[in-house]
Design a protein around this ligand. Structure first.
Ligand code: FAD
Length: 282
């Protein structure tokens, strides 16, 4: 019998009161599925500092499910990061997603901790083992990496600096995930102990998916691109086709013993709930 993978959901902090209200409904609906945790993104350089903290506070007080803030280092100094860590400790937060981040346009200066590896080491220095730390991984290579090999080495360095696990950028080609997992094993990372969690992007809006994929260097297979383009504004067909693509991807990953699936929820209940139910994860 294969064990069911853990699953979690990612939110971004909404900009409006209406978005905040609707996120609470989504949270309650997805929380009813009993995920392992929810994570909340953070705008690099502190651009969503207040909004991320607000949502973390709100969700943390709403249920027993763990809430994991994302925290980034680019453009921030150590004092600001240490303050954020102590705010999170005071709230009882035990899990973080540690990233370099991308600077908002116009902002310059890498800050005192230029890479995620430096941030992981800083968090360990400041907080010991208090936080379970997850970092980012790129099955299809980070767009700024000089080579695939150096990018894998960067991930290995993040694990060695103290990361407990890594969550991948989204991908639609299961082989890219499996290849990266094998490469990590070859580099001495025991992925049973320091897992590689698959980041899963449900297909909701074709155009925003394409835009997002282009900006983060994720590949959308031609058969997916072409069919999404053919459907135009036919949201029902996009939904059905997108569901099938993502369901099959998760099924394949589960057959390959993926330890956990992290859904980039886009702050929506569906199709995340539908996928979790169909995959019998709840
Ligand atoms: P790093 O691991 O530091 O790597 C960044 C780049 O630098 C890579 O190309 C790496 O190969 C290269 N590199 C590393 N070390 C060196 C070195 N010493 N010399 C030269 N090159 C080096 N962004 C946000 O702003 N907020 C979020 O909340 C957020 N959440 C995310 C969640 C997940 C699961 C993922 C996968 C990404 C997320 N991102 C987020 C995006 C992320 O911040 C960007 O992809 C960013 O460009 C890189 O972050 P990183 O932590 O992977 O950086």
């Amino acid at each position: 019998m294969t064990t069911k993978p853990d699953f979690s959901f990612e939110f971004y902090p909404p900009k409006t009161d209406a978005g905040r209200e609707s996120l609470l409904t989504t949270f309650d609906e997805l929380n009813a599925l009993a995920p392992k945790y929810f994570s909340v993104t953070y705008g690099a350089g502190g651009s969503t500092r207040e909004r991320t903290l607000d949502i973390i506070n709100l969700l943390n007080g709403r249920s027993q499910t763990q809430i994991a803030p994302h925290i980034s280092c680019i453009g921030d100094d150590k004092v600001q990061i240490a303050e954020l860590l102590s705010d999170y400790k005071a709230l009882g937060i035990k899990r973080l997603v540690a990233l370099r981040g991308d600077l908002p346009s116009g902002q310059v200066g890498m800050g005192e901790l230029p890479f995620a590896r430096d941030l992981v080491a800083f968090i360990r220095e400041q907080s010991g083992d208090h936080f379970y730390i997850e970092v980012a991984a790129y099955p299809e290579m980070h767009p700024q990496a000089r080579s695939f090999k150096e990018d894998v080495q960067n991930l290995v360095n993040k694990y060695k600096a103290g990361a407990d696990a890594a969550i991948t950028q989204f991908f639609f080609n299961a082989d890219s995930y499996l290849y990266l997992r094998d490469e990590l094993e070859k580099q001495g990372i025991d992925t049973q102990k320091q897992p590689l969690i698959a980041g899963i992007m449900p297909i909701i809006h074709a155009t925003s998916l394409m835009r997002f994929a282009d900006s983060c260097g994720a590949d959308i297979p031609r058969y997916v691109r072409k069919q999404l383009a053919d459907y135009g504004d036919d949201r029902k067909s996009i939904h059905q086709f997108g569901f099938d693509v993502v369901y099959k991807l998760c099924e394949r990953l589960m057959a390959e013993s993926v330890p956990a699936l992290h859904f980039y929820s886009m702050n929506k209940t569906e199709p995340n709930r539908e996928l979790v139910k169909a995959l019998d994860l709840a």
